[in-house]
Design a protein around this ligand. Sequence first.
Ligand code: UDP
Ligand code: MG
Length: 315
Amino acid sequence: MQPLYSFVIPVYNEETNLPELYRRLNATGDRLGGKIEIILINDGSRDRTLSILRDLHSQDRRVCYLSLSRNFGHQIAVTAGLNFARGQAIIVMDADLQDPPELALEMAQKWLDGYQVVYAQRSKRLKEGWLKRLPAYLFYRLLKRLADIDIPLDTGDFCLMDGQVVQMLNKMPEQNRYIRGLRSWVGLRQTAILFERDPRFSGKVKYTFAKSFSFAMNGLISFSRVPLRLSTYVGLLAAVAALIMACMVLYWRIVAPDSPLTGFATIMIAIFFLGAVQLVSIGILGEYIGRIYEEVKGRPLYVLAEVAGFEENKK
Ligand code: UDP
Ligand code: MG
């Protein structure tokens, strides 16, 4: 029996990319040696995206779409698509053609060889500005050091996953979803294929610096408790410093009464430094507590406004 491949693609204001995306997916589908379904998730677009999705669906029944009730964010849009995917292998990619659809052929080959996750790893990002590359470079290395699980360097969400892996992801209830981390958490047999990330086909980047930063924080906090421990370490260090200073003061009082300790500056520096350390620690604590709050509320991850193409669907 021929396998069914599901493409899961979040779309947010990508009207200019959709026709080309469809063209290349279609061509790739012909070469895959299986059936395909294309699941496009409209993440609250304000341009003509939704009407293009409707057109594509009426032309080609392999195109299914979900339309979320508002912008829920990239990770939630992917999650929605994964909930609806029916394939034995599921490919997640962006709609802006930065992830070349043709790479799915190579991924499918690895999957047939017995890997459950085939993720695309960026070999070079020469086509993106260094203002994006440098923080990304540093972040992925920091995450690797701090995370409890092994999250491979320089990988995004572009990957192929076996249906079994997607089933596991669908069981994970968290609101703060860092899919590339959750995917690593599942384990099983995973492998990388290297690729060079193309520039956007057209349109503007949707991840502003602030969005990317908060996304990175999510990743770090979801997969590491090291930041929480940081304040303990700094606290211990400050205690040791205080002890040393106490000894110095004692020594100067007894042995050298004309001490070099003329107070004000030292005291101010100490107060400000410790104040800063405490505030930062509270801030870090707040990040974790805020996430606990989000999780405890247990709201649904998204709201669907329109669904098409899943007539014999599961959900
Ligand atoms: N996207 C989305 N919701 C958002 C932001 C982005 O569905 O709130 C989609 C977007 O349409 C694209 C993918 O996520 O298909 C990646 O977005 P983008 O290209 O802006 O980010 P980058 O390439 O920098 O990761
Ligand atoms: Mg992009």
